[in-house]
Write a protein that binds this ligand. Structure first.
Ligand SMILES: [Fe+2]
Ligand SMILES: [Fe+2]
Length: 415
């Protein structure tokens, strides 16, 4: 930086048009309108876009383009993340995204021996001939092989000594990952790790700030944190199942956001007076009217936090708004606050509504016993019959009964 650069001798003349000058630097620079002889060279910053808050999927594709220019033959990049509580590794991002056979896929770490070894040792795993490696291995290895990949490089992602996931590089060439290219891969790999961890950190800050707000509510709300964990997992399960059946299209990144935002659905109850929220008996018509304002309050709280933390450009932030504001909408238009009908109810809100009701029915509450799963499913079917719930979301949850039971066992109610 030149002496005096920040000492108030602005404005500086630059070779940019007014529209190209970054918004927060506008007061410092004036564009040069006439051509002048150049003594500096300017080059596009290829990575600039990667620091925008766009979807990670697009940023990965951009990074892959650049890596491929430096190291032709780097044919595929995959990133998988850990689901801490269920000890699974689930697919998260891939480039190229088109024709990716590994979406909506997860595997238990216990069943992935070689990945576990990589995670425990903290070392990079290089396999330069997948043919030697593929015999008897899991589905994911076969899918990568069928895609024509012959070499693989796996970097475990750690954050404060906790395993967070893996970066996978693949090439169609055997013996691709050799000598100098290994150093390049290490650099690329850690670049991607930073990109993903930064994104996750931002997401965690947003969710944590909302959950801290929600914790204040929790002390006066009958719903428990295990309810929130279970309904978030049920929501993820429904979305995964619907995607697997080709009923909706959500990529792994969107499903991850749905999962993280699900526990915030009732954040608006913060604004409901205690005498109504904690009333032991039935609410009268006027009290119900007040109670129903919680979805609009939820949306207002979310909007305020999004603005104050500067999260407005965050991808999929609309999912959070849909969950908080629209989780009481019904397919027949009888729900609130907007009385949306059918497909007007966003998919995130339809899924949340099913998982929230299912968990409320199967949980013990001060005013009722827990229903059996069978009875709760019958009630959901009845609600589908009355055109209140999304039939595809209910059917998806029913098809995954075994996973539902596993989630209930992991996140059981502690009294
Ligand atoms: Fe609610
Ligand atoms: Fe709930």
């Amino acid at each position: 930086m030149r002496p005096g650069f920040m000492s108030g001798r602005f404005p500086v003349r630059v070779r940019l048009s007014a529209a190209e000058i970054p918004v927060n630097l506008k007061s410092m620079f004036v564009p040069v309108e006439t051509g002048v002889s150049m003594i500096e060279l300017y080059r596009d910053d290829f990575f600039a876009e990667i620091h925008q808050r766009g979807r990670l999927q697009e940023r990965l594709a951009r990074a892959h383009q650049f890596f491929d220019q430096c190291c032709p033959g780097l044919d595929r990049i995959g990133i998988a993340l850990c689901d801490d509580s269920l000890e699974k590794v689930k697919t998260f991002l891939a480039s190229p995204a088109e024709g990716n056979p590994l979406t909506n896929y997860h595997i238990s770490l216990c069943d992935a021996e070689s990945l576990s070894k990589t995670a425990i040792s903290g070392q990079v795993r290089v396999v330069n001939d997948l043919e030697m490696f593929i015999r008897g291995k899991g589905d994911h290895t076969h899918k990568i092989w069928d895609l024509g990949m012959r070499s693989s490089y796996t970097l475990p992602i750690f954050e404060q000594r906790q395993l967070r996931g893996f970066v996978f590089f693949n090439s169609r060439r055997t013996n691709y990952f050799q000598d100098e290219s290994l150093n390049q891969m290490a650099l690329f790999g850690h670049f991607l790790v930073q990109m993903v961890l930064n994104h996750q950190e931002t997401l965690r800050t947003l969710v944590a700030s909302l959950r801290i707000t929600g914790k204040m509510m929790h002390y006066k709300d009958p719903e428990t944190s295990s309810h929130l964990e279970r309904m978030a997992h049920f929501s993820q399960l429904i979305a995964q199942e619907m995607v697997a059946q080709g009923e909706i299209f959500l990529d792994d990144e969107e499903i991850d956001h749905l999962f993280r935002f699900a526990p915030l659905h009732d954040i608006g109850k913060l604004g409901i007076p205690d005498e109504i929220l904690l009333k032991p008996g039935k609410l009268d018509a006027q009290e119900w009217k007040v109670m129903r304002t919680h979805s609009g309050i939820g949306r207002a709280i979310v909007d305020q936090l999004i603005n104050e933390f500067g999260f407005s450009t965050m991808p999929d932030i609309e999912i959070l708004r849909h969950i908080t504001e629209l989780h009481h909408e019904k397919i027949d238009g009888s729900g609130y606050p907007l009385g949306l009908e059918g497909d007007q109810v966003p998919i995130a809100a339809r899924i949340i509504s099913v998982s929230d009701i299912f968990d409320a029915l199967t949980s013990t509450r001060p005013y009722k016993q827990a229903w059996s799963n069978q009875a709760a499913f019958a009630e959901l079917e009845e609600m589908v019959h009355r055109n209140q719930l999304d039939p595809l979301s209910v059917a998806a949850l029913q098809r995954r009964r075994a996973d539902v039971e596993q989630i209930q066992q992991v996140f059981y109610e502690q009294s």
